[in-house]
Design a protein around this ligand. Structure first.
Ligand SMILES: [Zn+2]
Ligand SMILES: [Zn+2]
Length: 192
């Protein structure tokens, strides 16, 4: 399926790129209510998304092309094994999440940074949403799992996982030095 290219940019427009070949069938639009996604925004000096969720589009990293300002790309994480949170140094905008290895080709883009997100279709899953019994859970969890099976595996098998701005595939290391946020600093993020 052909799909369309969707431009994205950080808030100050220095780091710019495109999601390529996007169609409703090759990514999953979700919203995440987890504390870490919220804390990442606040830690990075961005507006607090609460009580709303962080809007994400889950896809594979080979769909991500950075066209300008790649030197502004930086990455932090809240724990040694936690998600990598990729941001633009220029304005702090958090643009992507990835896992810690290129061999799990998985990337989420913050859809607020897309010029136009209408091609993505509706939000189909909610992660860490508060349910009526007060507990946290996922809605549309099957869709989250399908992402793994229908996108991540083909991306691995075809070798497309090697096309990623986030990793040096030779060394397997992230393409930028990961700034590990200390427990104290994470705890100090104001989340009223
Ligand atoms: Zn989250
Ligand atoms: Zn910027």
């Amino acid at each position: 399926m052909a799909g369309v290219d969707l431009p994205f940019a950080c808030t100050c427009n220095t780091l710019r790129g495109r999601l390529i070949g996007v169609s409703r069938s090759n990514g999953t639009r979700i919203e995440c209510f987890c504390t870490d996604c919220r804390a990442a925004e606040v830690y990075a000096g961005q507006p607090d998304p609460a009580p709303g969720a962080v809007q994400l589009y889950q896809t594979t990293p080979d769909k991500v092309r950075i066209d300008a300002g790649e030197d502004q790309l930086a990455v932090f994480s809240f724990s040694p094994k936690g998600l990598l949170r990729w941001q633009a140094k220029c304005c702090g905008a958090v643009l992507f999440n990835t896992v810690r290895t290129a061999k799990v080709p998985f990337a989420s883009l913050r859809t607020d940074h897309l010029e136009d997100d209408s091609a993505l279709g509706p939000v189909v899953a909610q992660a860490f949403v508060k349910k009526s019994d007060g507990k946290q859970g996922h809605k549309g969890g099957g869709k989250l799992l399908m992402t793994m099976v229908t996108r991540v595996l083909p991306c691995l098998i075809s070798g497309r996982w090697k096309q990623t701005p986030f990793f040096d595939v030779e060394t397997g290391k992230p393409s930028r030095e990961v700034r590990l946020v200390s427990r104290e600093d994470r705890a100090a993020v104001p989340l009223p």
